[in-house]
Each structure stands twice: as C-alpha cells, then as structure tokens.
Design a protein around this ligand. Structure first.
Ligand code: SF4
Ligand code: SF4
Length: 340
C-alpha cells in the first residue's frame, strides 16, 4: 500500500530500500555466457577494507539491523572478505553471499562456516558437468561448485546453503533433477532466475550502459527453442513446490516466468519497483537504484539517506516508470507486492 502511494506520488522518502546489494568486486574467474562481469579491465581501484567497513556503518546508521547480500564478481577473490563480513556481523547486519563456489576448498569452506555469514547461495546451472561447464564457460567449474556445496552443506550450523540456477533453453531438461538434488542433499533451497541479457551484467569499469529497450532474446542461443516444453518445465517446478520441495521462488514469480518465456514484453504489464526497493553499491562505492542505470552518487561522498532522496534519484524514478526493459523478471528485481 505505502509502496504504491510512494510509486504514484514519487515520494520515495516514505520508504527505505528492502534489497541492499554489495557488488564487492568485478573480478571473476568464470566466463559465464549469461554474464559479462569477467570483461572487467581490473584497472580501476576497488574500495579497500576500511572503506567497505565505513559503507556498512553508514548503512547500519540509516537502516538499522538491515540485510545485505554480497555478490560480485566473485567475492572470495577478495583477501579481506572475512574482515568485511565479520565487521558487518558485529554490527548485527544480516549478511548473505552469492558465489560460483569455484575457489572454495576445505580451508576456505572452514573460514566461511566460522565467519558468521548467515547464508550462501552457490550457482549450479545443471545436474551434469557438460551443462554447467558450458554455461559457466570454464571446464571443471561443475566439480568445484559441487564440492563447495558439499563442504558447506555437510558442516553448516547456523547458516543456510542454497542453490541458484539460471533457467534457460540449455538446461531446461535438467531442472527437475536439480530440484530433487536439493532435497536429497538436504540443501535449504533452490531458486531459479530466468535467462536475461548478459550485457545487463557488464562490469562497472567497462561500458555498463543503459539501453532504453532491448530485444536481445531474439535468436539468442540460450533462449528456449521449445517454448511449450519450457512452460511444462515451469509447471513441474510449481508442482514440486506444491509438494514441499524447497523451491525458493514464489508461485507468483513462477507464473510470471511462464509469461516471460512466452513473450518477454509481457513483463511490461508489471511495474518495475527497483526505484523503491533496491539500493546497490558497486566495487567503487557508486550507488544505483536500477543496476543498469547510472550511479546516483558515491556513498563515501554523500550519506545513503541523502542519496536515496537526491535529485538524480528522483529523476531516475521517473525514468524507471517508463523503462521498457524486461529485467524486472530477475529475482533481485522482482517484487511479489507490485501491482499489475
Ligand atoms: S555470473 Fe557470477 S560467476 Fe559468472 S561471470 Fe558473472 S560474476 Fe562471474
Ligand atoms: S526493468 Fe527495472 S531493473 Fe530493468 S532496466 Fe528497467 S528500471 Fe532497471
């Protein structure tokens, strides 16, 4: 209700963001076909440990005991990641992480398990090495992801361990087996994210440009060729969720996914609420409402509450209302409460 009023009247000051993401590095060892963060030139200096700790203190001051999701790139490529996580936990900030699992061996798993991290999601795009490795662009990444899942899941205490899967034509036949895998291995869940344009995930130091409208999916090699089969696959996901399998997506988001794969432009019938829900911080401290649009300012130069209500943010919220992109289907952007 309040978010609808805030949306219609452009009064974001009525709200605070509910989804805080920290893209802590652009560096990554994988070469995913669904992302292009790995195109980072690595020339621009990312924030240091002290600066990230300051960012966390600023968020805490603004939002209280909030939740942040640390992503990248690959967060475990940062030597200081445990100092940053530990600092956030001491401030009573709830911290989750998204990883490829590629660097998680026994030693790193032990550090993660004792870091205080509240939850971790490992990306697994297939139940076979062929499918996962192909989509991740690096041979051997399946074995490493699987090993990371086992190392973390077998010894977890107060941390959840989940799987995230990008749903696309290339892996649609493996989805049901992936759901069964999560239950058989007592994982805490599996969440599906519909395939989206890889250029939306460009590194922030290398041509991250906003496009008004984009029909990338036409003739895209990973887009499902057999749409009716994809719709049946999503129906199977829904059926498994009804039976109690740990599918993290809401029923509503799965129904929207069906509409999206039939015709991505269907998403334009929903409001994109990122302007009122999301607050993302990139490796250089630049903040965004929409992950595709320009920065609204650097968090080390202006307090986050000022950024949230600054003139650029107000202008961007108007722009978000008329945006014709379909990435509102992504789980970090999708909001069950949005009005059709
Ligand atoms: S999706 Fe994640 S693992 Fe893959 S290239 Fe992008 S940042 Fe790296
Ligand atoms: S649909 Fe939403 S998240 Fe995607 S580019 Fe437009 S405003 Fe941004």
């Amino acid at each position: 209700m309040i978010s609808n009023i805030a949306y219609i009247t452009n009064h974001a000051n009525l709200l605070k963001p509910s989804s805080i993401t920290i893209d802590i590095t652009d560096k990554c060892s994988l070469r995913c076909k669904t992302c292009s963060k790995w195109l980072s030139k690595g020339e621009k200096e990312e924030l240091d440990t002290h600066s990230w700790q300051k960012v966390i203190s600023l968020l805490k001051e603004w939002l209280g005991d909030c939740r942040v999701c640390i992503s990248g790139g690959e967060l475990f490529l940062r030597d200081d990641i445990f100092e940053i996580i530990s600092f956030a936990r001491k401030q009573n900030v709830y911290v989750t992480a998204v990883t490829s699992g590629y660097h998680i061996d026994t030693t790193l798993a032990e550090k993660i398990l004792t870091s205080g991290l509240n939850g971790i999601s490992v990306t697994l795009n297939g139940i076979t090495p062929e499918t996962h490795d192909f989509t991740r662009g690096v041979k051997g990444s399946y074995e490493k992801a699987l090993s990371a899942i086992n190392l973390l899941n077998n010894s977890k205490k107060n941390m959840f361990v989940c799987v995230t899967t990008v749903l696309m034509g290339y892996n649609q036949q493996e989805v049901v087996d992936l759901i069964k895998f999560t239950r058989e291995n007592h994982l805490d869940g599996i969440t599906f994210q519909a395939l989206h344009d890889a250029s939306s995930f460009r590194p922030f130091d290398n041509g991250h440009h906003f496009h008004e409208e984009n029909t990338w999916y036409v003739n895209h090699s990973l887009w499902p060729k057999d749409i009716s089969n994809m719709l049946s696959v999503i129906d199977e996901i829904i059926e498994h969720k009804k039976k109690g399998y740990p599918v993290g997506n809401s029923f509503e988001s799965l129904q929207w996914m069906k509409r999206y794969f039939q015709n991505p432009k269907e998403m334009l019938k929903t409001k994109c609420m990122v302007g009122l829900n999301n607050f993302s911080i990139d490796p250089y401290g630049e903040t965004r409402l929409c992950f595709n649009m320009d920065s609204i300012g650097n968090i080390l130069s202006q307090k986050p509450n000022k950024l949230w209500n600054c003139r650029k943010a107000i202008q961007q919220r108007k722009h978000i209302k008329t945006c014709k992109n379909t990435c509102r289907i992504l789980m970090c952007n999708f909001n069950d409460k949005k009005a059709d």
